[in-house]
Design a protein around this ligand. Sequence first.
Ligand SMILES: *[C@@H]1O[C@H](CO)[C@@H](O)[C@H](O)[C@H]1NC(C)=O
Ligand SMILES: *[C@@H]1O[C@H](CO)[C@@H](O)[C@H](O)[C@H]1NC(C)=O
Ligand SMILES: *[C@@H]1O[C@H](CO)[C@@H](O)[C@H](O)[C@H]1NC(C)=O
Ligand SMILES: *[C@@H]1O[C@H](CO)[C@@H](O)[C@H](O)[C@H]1NC(C)=O
Ligand SMILES: *[C@@H]1O[C@H](CO)[C@@H](O)[C@H](O)[C@H]1NC(C)=O
Ligand SMILES: *[C@@H]1O[C@H](CO)[C@@H](O)[C@H](O)[C@H]1NC(C)=O
Length: 779
Amino acid sequence: MAFLVLLLLLNFVFNATNAQSTSSIIKPGSSLSPINNSYLLSPSGQFAFGFYRYKNGYSVGIWFENIQQKTVVWTANRDASPFPSDVTLVLTTEGTLIVRPKQGQDVLIADTSSDNVSRLATSASMLDSGNFVLLNSSGGIVWKSFDFPTDTILPGQRLSVTGKLVSSVAESDHGSGKFLILMQSDGNLVQYPVGAVLERGAAYWATNTFNAGYGVSLNLDGNGHLYLLNDTGFNIKSINKNYVNASGKSVYRATIDTDGIFRLYSHSSNRFDDWYTEWSSSNYRCDPLGLCGENSYCVMTDGEPVCQCPPHFNYINEKLKELGCRKNYSLVACDTRNGRLFDFLEVNDVSWKDDAYSSLSSMTKNSCRAECYQDCRCEAVVFENEVCKMMKLPLRFGRRVLSGQVTAFLIGGELAGVGTRKKKRKLRLDMLIISIAMACLTLGFLVVATIGVRKYRAYVRKYKRVLRLVNNRVAEDVALKSFSFEELKDATNNFVDVIGKGAYGTVFKGVLFDGERTVAIKRLEKVVAEGERDFLNEMKAIGKIHHKNLVRLLGYCYDGTNRLLVYEYMKNGSLADFLFKSNLKVNWEGRVEIVLSIARGICYLHEECETQIIHCDIKPENILMDDKGYAKIADFGLAKLLMPNQTRTYTEIRGTRGYVAPEWHRNLPITVKADVYSFGIMLFEIICCRRSVEADVPENEQVLAYWVIDCFKANEVEKLVQNDELVEKSKLEKMVKVGLWCTQDEASSRPSMKRVILMLEGTVNIPDPPPLSSFVSSP
Ligand SMILES: *[C@@H]1O[C@H](CO)[C@@H](O)[C@H](O)[C@H]1NC(C)=O
Ligand SMILES: *[C@@H]1O[C@H](CO)[C@@H](O)[C@H](O)[C@H]1NC(C)=O
Ligand SMILES: *[C@@H]1O[C@H](CO)[C@@H](O)[C@H](O)[C@H]1NC(C)=O
Ligand SMILES: *[C@@H]1O[C@H](CO)[C@@H](O)[C@H](O)[C@H]1NC(C)=O
Ligand SMILES: *[C@@H]1O[C@H](CO)[C@@H](O)[C@H](O)[C@H]1NC(C)=O
Ligand SMILES: *[C@@H]1O[C@H](CO)[C@@H](O)[C@H](O)[C@H]1NC(C)=O
């Protein structure tokens, strides 16, 4: 009997829903409500639009109706709180689709106004493609859900330029989650953690189609083929190459899942089946960066990604492990002369993919540790493929790395580390000395006092010698190394491999430290520094400078009349190669990044070093590119070596024609603003990818700085970038304005490098540069 009632009831419910959802169209006047469970069905019954249960209320969305799981593919206002059950969804006579609560404000579901034109919708329809559309009186589409994807695209739907899919928080919570996939304007389709979009190093998957130009879109067709089309409609990349036109599969969807992986799913025509994964962006579920919070790392445990803390770190919240970890020790103060006294905590096969403040290539494990040891900022190093990444806490993007030899070393402060051990030993030695001294003294009293005293002194001397030895060994490991001329001659194979020629001398490629490390060796010409002391002091000053945008000095040679400098080797050549050689083009975003890196490097020299350093020869040839594409400034500090007192005037001009500031010609004092000027000229070159002076172009374009002014005045800055490159005009104008400020004739009108960085980062407004006619007066 009870069974019959249940059956009747079920039948009733089924009929009721059926009755209420036959229509695929909403007209003004009709409405949907969570109470009577009404929703809109597409003609074939595949998709439904309406209210679905969400948390303790309801959301408005689209789901697969004829699949048992009722998978949601779209949600309106996904991050808004759920609706109570007594609301209605209506198409108003004003032509907007809203949810109307019993009390309070209407909530807009589809914003049909764009470009200041409000479009009147007279009906809404759920299509069989899964596209929910609003139509005007003549049947034209005025709004469609396909234009506003959440975490899924369906066959026929397109993710166009700057479009993105953002993962959901959880299976049952369709709010915005941690990961996204972005169709970038450079043509690349890239996955990032939401908090680090466009950050270098934060991308964890990409199609690497960054040269495909503006206008690339992601498409999914009815055969389950995911592919990229370029602006002219060419298929430039099949993302799932091995897709098959399988029969029996009725539907597809591509979703960025809550775990950060982008997957293509298919479903058979049997409504009780599960979704089948046809393709996924990664098979390793720890790949998505940012799955685990700061300092923690992702490890696969029983087929699930789990966040773990390194030794001596604790979970911030034991119940929410993905929040990350915090260290359970504090660091001992750092002594710049002797480095720090600490132990390393070693974590094997774990990498933190976070940005390093300094990255050194061609290293060994030991030299990598040594680098960290001497640098007071270093709190951890990740050593991977001979690259030593020096980092500060907190570390982001940690995960177990399956392939390759990776070791991370984290500094463990006041643990049973070298520091405390050394102190203890010292203490014990002291005690030993004292007891021996006491014994000697006692003996001395008894026998001959002087013998005892001598013995005591001898112990002290011996003890001190041991300490000195220890310190020297530490210093040798880490400090600037002094080389003999013979050593460097061997290292360079008698100076055969020339890799560059600069204002200060010729640069050779060499191999040092028993073949461990490739280096660049610069043989200086015309050094005027008087005496050994000056040279060595300068070397020490330069050797102390560590910044990720400055080329690192590793050692020097002061041998007879020979003066050589040993630098880290930058295998990607100079910025000049990248800008002026047609086959190595860097896109706009890349160039903006390079400009910022250089600005940060110069700012460091001007404002953050122990003694201020004016570079005096900023130009693209002196900006080197490392294997990661980071820009680093070379040759800093050398101007001083060749011209000891920079703040006074000199008749001989340093620097390179085309880049030198007007004050050089006018016998005015040279200040840091001379570098700002050169930076400005180089900024123009980076914007335009051409040299500051070029002969075979129309006459009005020959001097780049004048041409820039002309274009800026005429409001035609877009002429400055290559025709094939689409750059937002406002961004371009910003860069041009910064350049115009930097190249002001009057040194005092030019901004400081710190200000330049703020301008570039958009932290401060950039005023219009003063009238620019005076520029031409420079002799
Ligand atoms: C569902 O309820 C709403 C609000 O009470 C009503 O306007 C609508 O007509 C109902 N739909 C059906 C199909 O009964
Ligand atoms: C939209 O209107 C605002 C102010 O009403 C105006 O500044 C803007 O230029 C308009 N945009 C378009 C695309 O017409
Ligand atoms: C309806 O929309 C279409 C396409 O958006 C448009 O061309 C047409 O003029 C619109 N008709 C009315 C009556 O607004
Ligand atoms: C699209 O790709 C085709 C073939 O590779 C190419 O000829 C065309 O120039 C591309 N279009 C754009 C806008 O880059
Ligand atoms: C899949 O089918 C479509 C049309 O049904 C056809 O155009 C396409 O070439 C097929 N692709 C493959 C890989 O068989
Ligand atoms: C820190 O963690 C280590 C091991 O992870 C543990 O042995 C030590 O007792 C902890 N120290 C504190 C102060 O909690």
